[in-house]
Ligand binder design. Sequence first.
Ligand SMILES: Cc1cc2nc3c(=O)[nH]c(=O)nc-3n(C[C@H](O)[C@H](O)[C@H](O)COP(=O)(O)O)c2cc1C
Length: 242
Amino acid sequence: MPLSSIISTRRSVLISQVTLVARISSGVPRMNVQSPPPSILKIESRTQYVSPPFGPADVHSDPLVQFRQWFANATAPLNAEQGKSSSTNPTFSTKSKVLEPEAMSFSTATASGIPSTRMVLLKEVDLKGFVFFTNYTSRKSKEMIENPHVALGFYWKELRQQVRVVGRVEKLEEEKSDRYWKSRPLQSRVSARASLQSSVILDEEELAKRVKQVEERFGVQEGKDVDIPRPEIWGGWRVIPE
Ligand SMILES: Cc1cc2nc3c(=O)[nH]c(=O)nc-3n(C[C@H](O)[C@H](O)[C@H](O)COP(=O)(O)O)c2cc1C
């Protein structure tokens, strides 16, 4: 198996640089893999999945309306008391029924149909579709440019619920990408500027150097927000269900 087909934060395999930037800056320790893994992995656990009854009569005729309804349920506070202390943005509340309901698997494929999947975060569901943000030079973006057919999947473990969306992508309007970029925390804007997604980096030092260069270029100082312009290679995509 080529190393480039594996995404991991372990050393010596392809490193997701955004993940790594976040790991460096938050001081998360590196993974420690000491003992060799078993040569054959058998998963013996069995989970009994019990879900409430569900049929065609329970589904709205407009899938986007249906999704918004399901998402609202997933982000609803666990109980009324917790709701009072939840964040004002329910999407990021750790007290909602589902932890990180906006995390979705996102599958693209090359023009010849070779698929690949990774996780991304849903940021908006507008009247046309599902919006997320990424680097336009990443593997996923390159694949979307040559083949607009994509699929995404949500698994809301706490609700025993999964949702699949199949559709085609279009680039998000520039002004929407600008608006979202400005709303991101400073560290995320610096990370996005410093990282070339989907490419191999030599070591963490190299990445830390790139972060420092961005901070110096834009005059980032502790405790002070700075206007860092959105790079052309970073922005949104919209998945329009079909
Ligand atoms: C929970 C989770 C959420 C993520 N969200 C995003 C995201 O919104 N945008 C993004 O570009 N990468 C996100 N990533 C990193 C991607 O999974 C991936 O590693 C990176 O985008 C490079 O993917 P590619 O090489 O397939 O293009 C996320 C990773 C995790 C684990």
